[in-house]
Design a protein around this ligand. Structure first.
Ligand code: NDP
Length: 453
């Protein structure tokens, strides 16, 4: 029996890696983890957490305006970008520290540096080799930027949190989660935002009604959403200030900052994957089976580097499956159906299950219920913002298979309904559930009239 320095060695200290390392160590396994940058990965450092903090910051602009309808008088509010950046940086540093102590307190050996696989059981970090019975690659992903002229002038989401100076005019390219969230956030913070997307609708894959509704609401809030637009080049202006973006149809737009939010790719470079014999799939992600085993049986991969669903809670759940299999309760499979998700646009999107189109393709006949209304809050606020809700029900089983919301705190609302949906709740169960009055969420249990089929 070969002896190893560790039972598990994890490459990558992001959501998936840290969760796997901690949980494995808590079973008594000897665990090491290598990270070359700040602990916490994308989510903590340049993703979910700072994004949500900035989304809160952006929300105040509207709240100040709306407060007048409720009797408040404010002096002209001033926004201090430098203050927000430094508050965020402090909070992220605090979280980095928490991640370090979580690892330390669970007995994980943290090795700071870039790790490379040397073979099926060995990693090399700073010239030192460590062996492990099992290796886990959890190196996450990184922004993808298409190869266009002038791409050196653009920024990706990684740079958005520390922009200097604050962009008075921001141009966002892309129509996915990151593009829509940053467009909403910087619009709220006071930038003049133009969002360019190559398709006829934002947010490919979401329910069509949600896609149209949110684009309209973002437009009402001030984002200039332009669809069917392809960017061909970006150039610095002759006088040195600002950038000119040229579209395929020849039109030109000026901006201070151009954000490309055009997807993310797995971090697979420089990890020695080839040396160890780890194969990639056709999308360039590490190929894994249903148990996150790569082409090398002793090496697993979870999270964005194996690109199933690029969400932090999914990486955490995958990490737990691996730990249970290697050190605990045994083999099990993660069920990817009915994973709820939110997009922190303004207003938020919350969604769980199938879009209407996907539900029709999978279940055949479906019944659709939808509702659009002005929330109680906005009866006095003066805001014209509206809320949208939609249920998609499989006709044969009466099961609610799609639940979609665009409105305040949609993520908070949808999380609870996701539990019911995973438990197989039918429309009859929704109907028999008493609402909480007065909330927006009660609308999900009071929709009685189906849309004409
Ligand atoms: P997405 O895949 O969501 O969106 C990428 C966007 O870029 C799409 O609109 C896509 O268009 C467009 N695009 C891709 N290539 C090009 C190109 N060559 N030229 C022009 N446009 C292009 O990726 P994101 O980077 O926004 O986010 C990555 C993932 O991170 C998300 O899918 C999500 O899973 C996760 N995430 C989750 C968040 C949350 O939970 N709130 C927040 C942020 C990210 P098209 O539609 O035509 O493909």
């Amino acid at each position: 029996m070969p002896t190893f320095d560790f039972d598990l060695f994890v490459i990558g200290g992001g959501s998936g890696g840290v969760r796997a390392a901690r949980m494995a160590a808590q079973t008594g396994a000897r665990v090491g983890l290598a990270e070359a940058a700040d602990l916490g990965g994308t989510c903590v450092n340049v993703g979910c957490i700072p994004k949500k903090l900035y989304s809160y910051a952006a929300g105040y602009a509207e709240a100040f305006e709306e407060s007048a309808g409720y009797g408040w008088t404010l002096k002209e509010p001033q926004f201090d970008w430098a203050h927000l950046k430094s508050q965020r940086a402090k909070e992220i540093t605090r979280l980095n520290g928490i991640y370090a102590s979580l690892l330390k307190n669970s007995g994980v050996t943290l090795v700071i540096g870039w790790a490379q696989l040397a073979d099926a059981h060995t990693v090399e970090i700073g010239g030192k080799r460590h062996t492990a019975r099992h290796l886990l690659v959890a190196t996450g992903g990184t922004p993808f930027v298409p190869d266009i002229a002038g791409r050196e002038h653009i920024v990706t989401s990684d740079a958005m949190f520390d922009l200097d100076p604050f962009p008075k005019r921001l141009l966002v390219v892309g129509g996915g989660y990151i593009a829509c969230e940053f467009a909403s956030i910087f619009n709220g913070l006071g930038s003049k935002v133009t969002q360019l997307h190559r398709r006829a609708h934002l947010l490919t894959g979401f329910d069509d009604d949600v896609r149209q509704f949110v684009a309209n609401e973002m437009g009402k809030a001030g984002v200039d959403v332009r669809l069917n637009c392809d960017v061909t080049s970006v150039a610095r202006n002759a006088h040195g200030h600002g950038l000119t973006v040229t579209l395929a149809r020849g039109q030109q737009l000026e901006a201070d900052t151009v954000l490309f939010a055009t997807g993310r790719v797995p971090n697979t470079q420089g990890l020695g994957l080839e040396a160890a014999g780890v194969k990639l799939d056709e999308r360039g992600a590490i190929a894994v089976d249903a148990h996150y085993r790569t082409s090398v049986p002793s090496i697993h991969a979870v999270g964005d580097v194996s690109t199933r669903v690029q969400l932090t809670p999914v990486a955490l759940a995958e990490a737990m499956v691996v730990v249970d299999e290697l050190f605990g309760k045994g083999k099990r499979r993660l069920d990817y159906e009915f994973i709820p998700t939110a997009v922190f646009t303004h207003p938020n999107i919350g969604t769980c299950g199938y879009s209407e189109i996907d539900a029709r393709a999978k279940f055949g006949e479906v019944t659709v219920f939808s509702s659009e209304f002005k929330s109680l809050r906005h009866t006095l606020s003066g805001s014209t913002e509206r809320t949208f809700m939609k249920l998609v029900v499989d006709k044969a089983s009466d099961r609610v298979v799609g639940l979609h919301m665009v409105g305040a705190d949609a993520g908070e609302v949808v999380q609870g309904f996701a539990v019911a949906m995973r438990a197989g709740a039918t429309k009859a169960i929704f109907d028999s559930t008493v609402g909480i009055h007065p909330t927006a969420a009660e609308e999900f249990v009071t929709m009685r009239e189906p849309m004409p089929g």
